[in-house]
Design a protein around this ligand. Structure first.
Ligand code: ACO
Length: 344
């Protein structure tokens, strides 16, 4: 019998998206584009945008509450919040602290993490490390963004890609041993639930192909905002080429780390950036597209939100079953990318 050691598993999940739907015809009404072009090049039919000043902590509250309720957790059970977002409510306080207040959690650590579309993978990885170090037993990991706050609606090559959304997971320790050193448990690799292998990468030298936002290096001013300098700028072709290669590479790597063959993976839950990127990754890995679930048609790219939203929908639809092997993967601005292989 082949064994594996794990220290954490996803014990529950939740999601929330804004009510307002914008279809591709919204753009076709004022730009030189069409529903046909957008659908064919990206797979996106519609997306949700938060209205007014709804910030990311407000949008995430419902997802977080759902995750807590689904796992039977009270606020007191949560030892920490890791909030992956690149569209925080403010520079400070962090969205993690704002969410902590909304949830009425009185004692826990809380911080934001910026890894763009790879945020949920990074968040799970960091939370898994904190659990392995004995710093927490249950961590609320949120992946969420309000990218509508950074869209240049006059840029027809990027504006249709992005939507708003939030997903949340509670990552829990597999061990009941609160203070002892035995935080990993070993079990049969064909049945033990938990995070099996993680690969987290970044390459800052490629950061220029996808940028957005104001900050200390690009101070906000009325002129800059009026000129849309704070909005998303992207070299779509470069991002596309890099994403297909990188997703396939890290997917193979987490399989190799565990000795599991790629053909054994039940679901490839990959960041929803573009349907053609998902098809390209499937082709490179030699896997059938049926194993690459997608909801990009309904939500577009919600950045750190895509993976936890898709996982939650799969659970609700009964598509994700105990014992399934799931490979999470993502690429995002930074450039960051990564993968996690887990058994549900
Ligand atoms: N409607 C009609 N025509 C358009 C539009 C539009 N909305 N946008 C661009 N075009 C035109 C271009 O001007 C170009 O015209 P030209 O040939 O006369 O110059 C032509 O269509 C082809 O443009 P490309 O940029 O080559 O189109 P492509 O097939 O690469 O698709 C897209 C563009 C969808 C942005 C693609 O590059 C892509 O998806 N890249 C990945 C980017 C991505 O997903 N980013 C998300 C954030 S990063 C992440 O999450 C990993």
């Amino acid at each position: 019998m082949k064994t594996i050691s794990v220290c954490s598993y996803i014990s529950s999940m939740g999601m929330s998206v804004p009510d307002k739907v914008s279809t591709n015809d919204y753009f076709a009404a004022y730009l030189d584009t069409s529903d046909e072009w957008i659908s064919e090049r990206s797979g996106i039919k519609e997306r949700r945008w938060a209205e007014g000043d709804i910030g990311i902590s407000e949008l995430s509250e419902r997802a977080a509450r759902q995750a807590l309720a689904n796992g039977g957790f009270t606020p007191q059970d949560i030892d920490g919040i890791v909030f992956a977002t690149v569209t925080p409510d403010y520079a400070f306080p962090s969205s993690a602290c704002l969410l902590q207040k909304r949830l009425g959690i009185t004692q826990c650590f809380a911080f934001d993490l910026a890894a763009a579309c790879s945020g949920f993978i990074y968040g799970l990885s960091v939370a898994d490390g904190l659990i392995a170090a004995g710093r927490a037993r249950n961590i609320l990991v949120v992946g969420a963004d309000v990218l509508s706050s950074l869209i240049n609606k006059q840029d027809r090559s990027t504006c249709f890609l992005f939507g708003d959304g939030a997903g949340a997971a509670v990552l829990s320790s597999v061990s009941n041993n609160e203070t002892g050193s035995k935080r990993y448990i070993e079990g049969n690799i064909t049945e033990l639930s938990g995070l099996y292998a993680i690969d987290m990468r970044s390459d800052g030298s490629l950061g220029g192909i996808l940028t957005a936002g104001t900050g200390s290096a690009l101070r906000a001013s009325a002129e800059r905002i009026a000129a849309n300098e704070h909005c998303i700028k992207m070299d779509g072709r470069e991002v596309f080429k890099f994403a297909v290669r990188a997703l396939a590479d890290v997917s193979l790597n987490v399989c190799q780390k565990t000795g599991i063959n790629i053909s054994e993976v039940t679901h490839f839950v990959s960041h929803q950036a573009n349907m053609r990127i998902l098809q390209g990754m499937a082709k490179q890995l030699g896997i059938p597209e049926e194993r690459v679930p997608s909801n990009i048609a309904r939500y577009g790219n919600t950045s750190a939100g895509t993976i936890p939203i898709l996982l939650t929908e799969m659970i609700d639809l009964g598509r994700l079953k105990k014992g399934d092997l799931v490979l999470l993967s993502a690429v995002g601005a930074g450039i960051t990318w990564g993968a996690i292989l887990l058994r549900w």
